[in-house]
Write a protein that binds this ligand. Structure first.
Ligand code: HEC
Length: 119
């Protein structure tokens, strides 16, 4: 039996593969659980506020009142429609660079900025 010395290696390999498969299944299950656990959808206005605080205040100022060369955007809802704000968040305007938000984020941002002007 020439091949016999290989059997332990083979068994180790199989055991390793099974372990990997098992762990990845556990991982997939955990992920599904997390997604289900979230349950209710996040309010788009709150989501938009988070995005604005992360992505926009660095230029437009902590309270969105503008600073230096950057215009105020706390009144953007008076000057722009929600569609236009979503477009600006995604594509930029004038000296403002594009690519800050994707389409979905742009809509949430627009809802938040519109909500500021409704008050
Ligand atoms: C890198 C700096 C920078 C960041 C980050 C930035 N902006 Fe701007 N934004 C500008 C500049 C500069 C202008 C003025 C553009 C112009 O008219 O030339 C502007 C203009 C705007 C305007 C038009 C304002 C007006 O009255 O004409 C809106 C609305 C706006 N930004 C929204 C946003 C939102 C929403 C974000 C976050 C997703 C954001 N900006 C992030 C620099 C920035």
């Amino acid at each position: 039996m020439k091949n016999k010395p290989l059997i332990p290696f083979f068994l180790t390999a199989v055991a390793g593969l099974l372990l990997m498969l098992g762990l990845s299944l556990v991982g997939v299950n955990q992920q599904a659980g997390d997604e289900n656990g979230e349950g209710e959808e996040q309010d788009p206005v709150e989501y938009g506020e988070e995005l604005v605080n992360e992505n926009c205040i660095s230029c437009h100022g902590d309270n969105l009142e503008g600073q230096g060369d950057y215009p105020a955007i706390n009144n953007a809802g008076e000057n722009y429609s929600a569609e236009e704000i979503a477009d600006i968040a995604q594509n930029g305007t004038g000296d403002m660079p594009g690519g800050i938000a994707n389409a979905e984020e742009g809509e949430a941002i627009a809802e938040y900025l519109m909500s500021l002007s409704e008050e």
